[in-house]
Design a protein around this ligand. Structure first.
Ligand code: FES
Length: 125
């Protein structure tokens, strides 16, 4: 964060519905703001792979493989407690709660400080 950070109003609470998002431009930075389980998360709209507009991709639950006690696979399941955002350029996906790629921890989104005040949502850039 630059030394001269600013707290900027970006929208009302209703602009980020449950399990939804708002993508806004704040100066030269585009930011995606997500609401998961009532909490807000915000990231710069820049994929760690090649800079694609990740915050504008599909939101999907994490896909997990169900393994039986004998080690065999019972197929795949959705983990609704860990929603992901999928970059529209090449499919890198990130946990919205952590900003990290599930299979490559070095690939992570740039988090933006976000807060919900009585009069709306603010980011600090
Ligand atoms: S730029 Fe996002 S997956 Fe390649």
């Amino acid at each position: 964060m630059p030394a001269t950070s600013q707290r900027v109003f970006v929208g009302t609470s209703g602009d980020v519905p449950p399990n939804g998002r708002l993508v806004v431009d704040v100066g030269a930075i585009t930011i995606g703001i997500f609401r998961v389980d009532g909490k807000l998360y915000a990231y710069q709209n820049t994929c760690a792979h090649q800079g694609g507009p990740v915050c504008q991709g599909k939101m999907v639950p994490r896909v997990t493989e169900v393994i039986e006690p004998d080690g065999s696979s019972r197929g795949f399941a959705f983990d609704e407690s860990d929603p992901h955002i999928v970059c529209p350029w090449h499919g890198f996906e990130y946990s919205i709660k952590t900003g990290t790629h599930p299979g490559r921890s070095s690939a992570r989104l740039i988090r933006v400080n976000v807060e919900e005040a009585p009069d709306g949502i603010y980011v600090t850039v």
